[in-house]
Write a protein that binds this ligand. Structure first.
Ligand code: 2P0
Length: 324
């Protein structure tokens, strides 16, 4: 029996669109910050049952719902040369209202626990590749701090790596404006953007270039450039979705109000930058020292949101079982 824990990550340079759906190879690389809040903990036990079972927050998933978990387990079985099925049990601490994607933390924890349970000796790159097959963004949650997912062009070459950040400690304020379930999954929304948006090719070309600039900003510890590129990547990603038919519009009036509020804070000398993913909630990148002030000021300007302050967190890791 092996247990692992992992945290969600927020992309600063976004991943949006796949060049290969089955292998989950992205159209471009991406760069993220792993958070120190909302960990997922997952236990994998080998069983003599005749199929895998998956329990999420106490609820048993159907085999359809568990298909992505089984995909990762099949890969770990293949790599380890073992055949036993597994019982997987996972606990999420993301409050449902937080609207933060939990799949990244979930599949990073799963890959880490499953590799250990099956006796597969796996380095970070292999764990990242295994997590990727469950959910693309999960490959980044294997590592802590700032992380770059190199797009690669094959299963072997598409994985994440941790980056050395020479700048000030980072903070992220999560602004939750809605806890409603999203109407279009990100997987479906990516497909639709690729198939119908005239802006998708421009998104791919511009984000690949932006990622290289952002990597230079990370090397240099340049917080201002990191932040400016973060907002650009988010808005360009959403612009590519606006161009889809029918359009994919995750941003609401409240999201836009938060982007405006972040601009106001910047103008007043409190440096921070907004980003948003496949939903209306907004995440605000800032210096760790400013995070509480950013949260307080945003709450004054946009009171109809819930705020949570986060910092950079650690990557996926095995946890010792408590002694009976
Ligand atoms: C990201 N998102 O880079 C981007 C930005 C949402 C917007 O990765 O289909 O759950 O499992 O590979 O990773 C959300 O998509 O998608 C995501 P799949 P995933 O964080």
């Amino acid at each position: 029996m092996s247990t692992a824990t992992a945290h969600p990550n927020i992309a600063l340079a976004k991943y949006w669109g796949k060049r290969d759906e089955r292998l989950i190879l992205p159209a471009t690389g991406s760069l993220s910050m792993t958070l120190d809040v909302f960990p997922t903990t997952t236990t994998v036990s080998l069983t003599d049952a005749d199929e895998d079972s998956v329990v999420l927050d106490g609820e048993t998933l159907t085999s359809d719902e568990a298909a992505r978990v089984t995909t990762v387990l099949d890969l770990v079985r293949e790599a380890s040369g073992r055949r036993e099925y597994a019982a997987v049990s996972s606990t999420n601490t993301v409050p449902t209202a937080a609207g933060l994607a939990s799949s990244a933390a979930a599949f990073a924890a799963l890959a880490t626990a499953a590799a250990d349970a099956y006796g597969l000796s796996a380095d970070g790159a292999l764990l990242s590749r295994l997590a990727r097959r469950g959910s693309g963004s999960a490959c980044r949650s294997i590592f802590g701090g700032l992380v770059r997912w190199n797009a690669g062009d094959s299963d072997d070459t598409s994985f994440a790596e941790p980056l050395a950040w020479a700048g000030p400690d980072l903070g992220m304020v999560v602004a939750v404006v809605s806890s409603a379930r999203k109407s279009v999954s990100s997987r479906e929304a990516m497909r639709r953007t690729i198939a119908t948006s005239p802006y998708f090719p421009a998104w791919v070309e511009s984000n690949a270039a932006l990622l290289e600039q952002m990597s230079i900003a990370v090397d240099a510890g340049d917080f201002t450039l990191l932040g400016e590129l973060t907002e650009q990547s988010a808005l360009r990603m959403h612009a590519s979705m606006f161009g889809a038919v029918p359009p994919v519009r995750y941003l609401t009036a409240a999201s836009i109000a938060l982007f405006d509020a972040v601009g106001e804070l910047r103008a007043s000398g409190l440096e921070c930058y907004a980003t948003a993913d496949a939903g209306p909630n907004v995440k605000v990148l800032c210096r760790a020292d400013d995070a509480q002030a950013v949260s307080n000021r945003l709450a004054e300007i946009v009171p109809n949101a819930e705020y949570r302050v986060a910092h950079t967190g650690t990557g996926a890791r095995l946890v010792e079982e408590e002694a009976e």
